[in-house]
Design a protein around this ligand. Structure first.
Ligand code: GLP
Length: 315
């Protein structure tokens, strides 16, 4: 898994759009899997702009959306169908016949799920699957469970997810209890996967992905089984390394100081020397501008009473 860290949601969204544009320019008739949610809104806005400028062409692209509430009316203000047309499909030059979204109005959800999966396979599978992440680790509506389901199916939404999504509804009672969703197999069979993670609520689920332990309690950890995953995040901490408590604390203190001093650097790791005489802070300098971190080092030395080392690492 390739993890890229960004200083802001906007920069991350731009990068996500560039990745998709890059793939699209290699294969103009690609099969693209798409998510809903607030996370991809920036990505969609960028792609719309790129499409207007003629930098990307969607006319030959086939899309498959990850999920849709079930049963659910297409014209409901909260349908994913409406979301996709309002925020993306309605604003790009896509052939609407090539747009696929699970049909929340289908009489028989199981039949709809099976047909959706078949259509996906008949199209040759996904070239690129774009994903957001649920706070509980769900992808699409593959919720934490004892077991996960491979193909497109009807999923029961967890209370956690219904709570998360209730912000769009008038009350929790209106949040659907079920949804049609691509399964873990439908997703993991994609040739390439791009996952975008933003928001403090996702931190724990993100950390578990980085830890590399696969568990059905966090479906997104299964992405570790895929060969070609790019993960983009604007979460500030690099949780890749299991930091010890004191290192994590030093990390947070240093981060706080960096923000206060308005330094253009992003911490990636903190290590205490084995003899405890020194703390080394590793950082990325995104804009490559000269940094005056003398004040920072002075302040950190005063706090920790130890030798402080600051080392720049490559992104
Ligand atoms: C929904 C969708 C997911 C999405 C997730 C995160 O429940 N089913 O596909 O990734 O929420 O949403 P957001 O990006 O708004 O945090």
């Amino acid at each position: 898994m390739k993890v890229e860290y960004f200083e802001s949601y906007d920069v991350m969204s731009k990068r996500a759009a560039e990745i998709i544009a890059g793939e699209l320019n290699k294969k103009s008739d690609m099969v693209l899997g798409l998510p809903t949610g607030s996370t991809p809104l920036g990505l969609y806005a960028n792609l719309i702009e790129m499409n207007k400028c003629g930098e990307v062409d969607f006319s030959k692209v086939t899309t498959f959306n990850l999920d849709e509430y079930y049963p659910f009316k297409r014209d409901d203000k909260n349908s994913y169908y409406k979301f996709m047309f309002d925020n993306f499909f309605g604003k790009i030059n896509i052939d609407k016949d090539r747009v696929n979204i699970p049909n929340g109005e289908a009489d028989d959800g199981d039949v709809e799920a099976a047909e959706y999966e078949k259509k996906l396979e008949d199209c040759g599978g996904l070239d690129l699957m774009v994903l957001g992440l649920g706070a509980n680790g769900h992808i699409g509506f593959n919720e934490p469970e004892k077991f996960l389901i491979a193909d497109t199916h009807i999923a029961e939404l967890t209370e956690n997810t219904r709570e998360q999504n209730k912000r769009f509804f008038d009350s929790i009672d209106e949040v659907p209890k079920k949804a049609l969703t691509m399964g873990m197999g439908s997703i993991l069979k994609a040739k390439k996967i791009l996952i975008i993670i933003t928001g403090e609520a996702k931190k724990e689920a993100f950390k578990q992905i980085l830890e590399g332990k696969i568990t059905t309690e966090n479906p997104a950890t299964f992405l570790n089984l895929h060969r070609d995953v790019i993960l983009l995040t604007d979460l500030k901490f690099n949780l890749k390394y299991e930091m010890k408590e004191k290192e994590r604390e030093a990390f947070e203190i240093c981060n706080f100081k960096i923000e206060k001093l308005n330094l253009d650097m992003r911490l990636t790791d903190v290590k205490f020397a084995p003899d405890n005489s020194k703390i080394t802070f590793y950082y990325i300098n995104p804009s490559n501008k000269m940094l005056d971190w003398g004040t920072l080092v002075g302040e950190l030395r005063a706090i920790f009473g130890k030798q402080i080392e600051v080392i720049q690492v490559k992104e």
